[in-house]
Design a protein around this ligand. Structure first.
Ligand SMILES: [Zn+2]
Length: 162
């Protein structure tokens, strides 16, 4: 089992490698988020065997950066491993990305608003008017955004964000 400084070392090693990255790669592959994944994985590793083995995977990822991004084959492997770690945190430990619910609920609100607008027109037996549908869409969108934002904040407070 790694010592408790593992997360700190992970972060520092990545920082030390930062200059070797192409800035576009660093942004595109969201490398800055790796330490967050490492932090959460470490947190759960004492009770979760998957997270424990993911620590080894994270070490491998770090070792191979940034060179692994330069070749198609190794880049695919990097993405696959990283997705696997993220998916595990998402599914098993209920972690979500920073604006996960804001995006999701805004989209749902828009769809629900659109459908509600059509139903309203149908029930009110009015002639189809786009303006009415747009008003419903706006209400759905704004409500979705507010609810999503609130839920994201809650996840953030509970430290359940990656
Ligand atoms: Zn786990």
């Amino acid at each position: 089992m790694e010592n408790s400084n593992w997360v700190k070392n992970f972060y520092q090693s990545l920082e030390a490698k930062k200059d070797n990255f192409l800035p576009a790669d660093f942004r595109f592959y969201n490398i800055a988020r790796l330490p967050i994944l490492a932090d959460k994985t470490y947190e759960f590793s004492s009770s979760c065997p998957d997270c424990k083995s993911n620590i080894t995977l994270l070490n491998e990822l770090l070792d191979n950066l940034p060179e692994c991004l330069h070749q198609y084959h190794t880049r695919k492997k990097f993405e696959k491993t990283r997705n696997q770690i993220e998916l595990h945190l998402h599914k098993t430990h209920n972690l979500r990305y920073a604006s996960y619910y804001t995006s999701l609920y805004t989209l749902l609100g828009t769809i629900i608003g659109c459908i509600s607008g059509m139903i309203f027109i149908f029930l009110a037996q009015k002639k189809f008017e786009m303006n009415i549908v747009l008003i419903f869409i706006a209400i759905g969108l704004i409500s979705g955004y507010i609810l999503g934002k609130r839920k994201d904040k809650l996840k953030y407070k509970k430290k359940l964000q990656i």
